[in-house]
Each structure stands twice: as structure tokens, then as C-alpha cells.
Ligand binder design. Structure first.
Ligand code: FHN
Length: 453
């Protein structure tokens, strides 16, 4: 291919906003011809029946909402290097600033998160209405956030903290009925000569890469799957250089050691249990099971200069939008070098929790409704009930397009007395009177017990 044409094609792809998706391993919607190809491919690497798969994913479909935790030595520089603010994601600082391994390793010696409190983190997640936690066991920087015997570059051996926070987190999750999963960057590892991603210190070779997979990745995967209790999710990421064989080897290890674990679609070719749209909510949902992962501000790993926090209203409406389309929401926190979740994150998660406490039944275990899209908000459904999520009331009557028949009952979900709301049926469907005093500025949830007709 002519070098100019190749140059043009590369920039055309980047211009199409494909870069994050190319990096992540999630098919890019801009270049993926149809929804069918964005769904996880057939789980050929699993020999289970549809019923067995449904049983394995049942808790995940019920849960709908989880906490992502991006934590590594990148929280020490927190976006700053040699006095300069480094643009982009906080956890990518080594790559963005092309920091040599010998320099970057020094952050480990400064990492002493003595304020880390696993019980408090699980409480924050639980009170927000989250049902599972996925934490970075090893991100692209290559640093293991647990006591790994496979590499001395880990939080127990290489920091003054000398303690395994993932042991604490696993215990706190077990104590509180919170499911725990691990994020693992299987391909990018900027600390290792044989891994992918660090072209400023090393030269990539397939042989060295296979050695890295066998000597670090596979042993660490085994450590995580056997030493931290039941692992609910394995969240692989950016599967560069992963061939079907290499990906199958990792998936086979998961299947062997944690047969009930759910694997995302980023192990490499051959897909996984679910799709992972990142920082976006599919317009009409997407085929198969999927989970949108998203930051509370703009970075996954802590960055002291990133104050672009999403409002609780946006975050709740995102959760509702995702649930109305059949997806899960994995919302991220990036703890500091002291081990604390930023106050701004805690405040938003507490507000989400307040809404979830009154309205969680309209999210957990729900499925998309058969009703057509409604102008004023979203709709979810569960067990003979339709939940109308009114974001912007058009007036004191809410028109429910496409509703057929007469509802058995209609009330505000947060109203424990289930005081009936006034309704009347029209040719277009149903009209529900919503008293102005009952409107929730974030999302007013009306329950319609389905019609008897
Ligand atoms: O490169 C990573 C990034 O740092 C972050 O972990 C996200 C989270 O889904 N995944 C990759 C980018 O797609």
C-alpha cells in the first residue's frame, strides 16, 4: 500500500474517533457495520448450554450497577510530571510522557496509601446502590496492586505500604455481599520488555511477548483467581497482539479456576460474555449482553487537575438510560495516593444512592420495555410492572404512547402507600396526572401495573 495512502487511512480512522475503541478492543461503532458484530461473539470457548449461561449471568443481569476502581502508582504523579500537567488519562501518564521504566518505578517507593479502608470503599459502593466492584489488579503500567509472587513490581514488595489491599477488599466484599472482579491489562505492560505498549524503552517481538504471557500474565491470572475468594468478573483490556490462541489460553485459565466468572469481550479474538461500550451509551442498546463503563470526571486513574465531574442527575439518568436499553453501568472511581476516593466522587455516589434507595426496584433486574420511546424519559420493565422514568414532565399529564388497555394500578414508586395516580385512556395510549409537588428533579418514577386487558 502506498505510504501516503496508508498515512491517510491511519488518520482517517483516528479522526473517526476510532482511537479509543481501537485501543480498548471494543468494536468501534463508527466502523462496525451492524449491531450484530458488536455483540460478544459466540462463546465457543465455553461449552455451556444457554440455560447454564443464563444461570451464570443471572446475578449480573439483576445487579445492573457496579463500581470500577482504577488504582495504581499513576495516582502518585496524579497527572503531573516534571512540573508539567500531562494531557490525557491519569493512568496513561507513563505513556503520554514517555517516562522510562527506571524513572517511573520510583513512584512505587513513594506509594504509601495508609488511608485505604476497604470497608469504607465497599460501604460507599453499597450505599450508592452498586452490587459489584471491578478493581485494577494490574493496569498498563505493569504494577500489581496485590502481593504477586510472579513479579516483584507489586504493592507489597515495592512500596513502603508493604500490604495487600486486594486481600482487604476481598474480605470486605465477602462480608457485605458485594461481588468482586478484577481488571487485568493482559497485553499492555509498560514495565516489561516483552509486553506490548512501551516502544520508548523496548523493541517488541512476538517471542518475547509469548514469554511475557507465560511468565507474568498467566501466573498472575492464576494468583488472582485462587487467592482472593470467588472472582465474579475478569475484565481484560486492550488486547493488542492477542491472537485467538493466546486469548483462548487466558480464557481457559479463567474457566478452569473460576468457572462461574464472567469475562468481558476484551481478552482478544473470540469475544467474551459481554460487550463493553466505553464512555458512551449505545443509541438503541446493542445486541447481546453489554456494560457501559464510564468515568465520573474525564480520567480513570486519579488526576489532581481533573475537576470535570458529571452531575448526579446526569449519572442517574445515564443509569436509567442504560437499564432501559438492557445494559449494565460500571461507574469508575480513582483513589488517591493516600488510598482515598475523592470527595467529589463520594458526594455524587451518595446522591445516586439516595435516588436508588427510593427507586432501585425500577433498575435492578429490569429489562427494556416493549413500549415505544417516550419523549419525556425512559421506560424499564420487570415482573408485570412498567416503570416510567419521567426526566422532563411535559405538563401535569404524562402521555404514555403505545400503552394498550387499562392499568391495574398506577402510583409513584417512592410512595410506599401506593396512592393511586389519576389516569385516563386515549386513542394514543394512557394519560397519567403527575402532581407538580411529586416531581423528582432527577427522575420521577411512576409504576404502572400492567393492564388486565
Ligand atoms: O487504556 C485503558 C484505559 O486506561 C482504561 O482502563 C479504560 C477503561 O475501560 N480501558 C482502556 C481504554 O479503552
Amino acid at each position: 500500500m502506498h505510504k501516503h495512502l496508508r498515512f491517510f487511512l491511519i488518520w482517517a480512522v483516528i479522526a473517526a474517533g476510532a482511537l479509543p475503541a481501537l485501543l480498548s478492543g471494543e468494536p468501534n461503532p463508527a466502523t462496525t457495520p451492524s449491531p450484530a458484530t458488536t455483540a460478544p461473539s459466540a462463546t465457543a470457548w465455553r461449552t455451556e448450554t444457554a440455560e447454564q449461561r443464563a444461570a451464570r449471568l443471572l446475578w449480573w443481569h439483576q445487579a445492573k450497577f457496579g463500581m470500577f476502581i482504577h488504582w495504581g502508582t499513576y495516582c502518585v504523579p496524579a497527572g503531573e510530571w516534571k512540573g508539567q500537567q500531562i494531557p490525557g488519562l491519569g493512568e496513561w501518564i507513563q505513556h503520554k510522557a514517555k517516562i522510562p521504566v527506571a524513572e517511573y518505578e520510583k513512584f512505587a517507593a513513594q506509594f504509601n496509601p495508609t488511608k485505604f479502608d476497604a470497608d469504607e470503599i465497599v460501604r460507599i459502593a453499597r450505599d450508592a446502590g452498586m452490587k459489584y466492584i471491578v478493581i485494577t489488579a494490574k493496569h498498563h503500567e505493569g504494577f500489581a496492586m496485590y502481593g504477586s509472587k510472579a513479579s516483584p513490581y507489586n504493592i507489597v514488595d515495592a512500596t513502603p505500604y508493604r500490604h495487600d489491599p486486594l486481600k482487604d477488599l476481598a474480605a470486605a466484599c465477602a462480608k457485605n455481599g458485594m461481588r468482586l472482579g478484577f481488571y487485568y491489562s493482559q497485553s499492555q505492560d509498560w514495565h516489561e520488555p516483552g509486553a506490548s505498549g512501551n516502544a520508548w524503552d523496548f523493541k517488541f517481538s512476538e517471542d518475547a511477548y509469548d514469554h511475557y504471557l507465560r511468565e507474568k500474565v498467566e501466573p498472575q491470572l492464576r494468583e488472582l483467581l485462587t487467592q482472593y475468594g470467588p472472582v465474579a468478573v475478569v475484565w481484560f483490556d486492550t488486547p493488542q497482539h492477542m491472537t485467538p490462541e493466546r486469548a483462548d489460553r487466558l480464557r481457559a485459565i479463567v474457566k478452569e479456576l473460576a468457572p462461574d466468572a464472567i469475562i468481558n469481550n476484551r481478552a482478544g479474538p473470540g469475544g467474551g460474555d459481554y460487550g463493553t461500550p466505553e464512555q458512551r451509551i449505545p443509541k438503541i442498546g446493542q445486541a447481546g449482553d453489554w456494560e457501559t463503563c464510564m468515568t465520573l470526571n474525564d480520567t480513570w486513574g486519579f488526576k489532581k487537575s481533573d475537576h470535570n465531574w458529571k452531575s448526579a442527575k446526569t449519572l442517574v439518568q445515564n443509569l436509567v438510560d442504560i437499564a432501559s436499553k438492557g445494559g449494565n453501568y460500571l461507574l469508575n472511581v480513582g483513589p488517591t495516593s493516600e488510598g482515598l476516593i475523592p470527595d467529589e466522587s463520594i458526594a455524587r455516589l451518595a446522591e445516586i444512592g439516595k435516588w436508588m434507595k427510593a427507586n432501585g426496584d425500577s433498575i435492578y433486574g429490569t429489562t427494556p420495555s416493549a413500549l415505544p420511546p417516550q419523549d419525556w424519559g425512559r421506560v424499564t420493565a420487570n415482573a408485570g410492572k412498567t416503570f416510567l422514568h419521567v426526566f422532563t414532565p411535559p405538563g401535569d399529564e404524562i402521555p404514555v404512547k403505545g400503552f394498550v388497555g387499562t392499568p391495574k394500578a398506577v402510583w409513584l414508586l417512592k410512595d410506599v402507600d401506593r396512592t393511586p395516580l389519576k389516569t385516563r385512556t386515549t386513542a394514543d395510549g394512557l394519560l397519567i396526572t403527575l402532581p407538580a409537588a411529586s416531581v423528582d428533579p432527577i427522575d420521577t418514577v411512576i409504576v404502572v401495573e400492567n393492564s388486565t386487558d
